[in-house]
Design a binder for this molecule. Sequence first.
Ligand SMILES: [Zn+2]
Length: 120
Amino acid sequence: MELTTGSMSSDQIADIVVRKLLEMGAIGKLATATMDTIETESISLMDEVTRNVMAKVLALQSSETQASQQCPKCGSRCCDKPPQGKLLETRRGKVNFQTSVFRCEACRLDFFPSVRSFGV
Ligand SMILES: [Zn+2]
């Protein structure tokens, strides 16, 4: 994943969102679009962008976890399992992302270190 944005400002990112809204035809005929349509479609697209941002940050966070984890319940060393897709309900809707998975054989439990704060 490319982590640098160069000199792109939030104003330039907004320009991209505006172009996307117009390309999608979400606003319809711009000259006669109502404030309600403009607001609804802007929020809808930005919520989609926000969900994508959260999924990417969560996947990045997961990729930075240590290769070997201790079980938060019993302290035993967990074994790594293949990454899994995880679905979270957020304030902006459902977010699907890839996360590391660790398994404690003693407790017979799987842990998802990137989603601790969500209580998953
Ligand atoms: Zn355990």
